[in-house]
Each structure stands twice: as structure tokens, then as C-alpha cells.
Design a protein around this ligand. Structure first.
Ligand SMILES: [Zn+2]
Length: 87
């Protein structure tokens, strides 16, 4: 008996998902992110899923709801920089 037939499909799906995540990571504009992190009066956050720029996020906000795509993935600009999103 070989591996179950769904095994390969799962692998492909995981690979596709990983690629999508990379695309989304790249969708956050690095210059915008750095500018937002430095301008701490505005409390900007960015969605890790779609790159949407959102107001009203504390610099250390994590997993806020994205007003654009609805994902719980909006993170404060400063925290994103710490996580390496500014490159
Ligand atoms: Zn989003």
C-alpha cells in the first residue's frame, strides 16, 4: 500500500498556500510601512494578508480585523518592522 492518494494533493495545496503568503507579504509597501512606523501620531497598521493600510492600530497591535479583506491579520507598523516586513 502506498501513501493515501490525498497526500500529494495536500502537499501541492500547502505549496500553493506558502507561495500565496509570500505574495501577500510582498504586498505591504516597505516605504509606506517605514513611514508609518516613524509617524507614530497616525497609528497605522497593515494587513499581512492583503497589504491594506489601516488607521487606528497601536504600534504593537496584532491580529486586528482587516477592514478590507476581513482577515484577523492587521498588525501595527512598528511591530511589522520588528518582524522584518520593512526588508
Ligand atoms: Zn486585509
Amino acid at each position: 500500500m502506498g501513501k493515501p492518494s490525498y497526500w500529494k494533493t495536500d502537499q501541492k495545496r500547502a505549496a500553493r498556500k506558502a507561495r500565496r503568503n509570500e505574495d501577500r507579504m510582498a504586498s505591504i509597501n516597505r516605504e509606506d510601512l517605514l513611514a508609518a512606523a516613524m509617524n507614530q501620531d497616525e497609528y497605522l497598521g497593515f494587513c499581512k494578508k492583503c497589504g491594506f493600510e489601516q488607521d487606528g492600530c497601536e504600534p504593537d497591535a496584532e491580529n486586528y480585523k482587516c477592514e478590507d479583506c476581513g482577515a484577523m491579520a492587521v498588525t501595527g507598523a512598528e511591530l511589522l518592522v520588528l518582524e522584518g516586513y520593512a526588508g
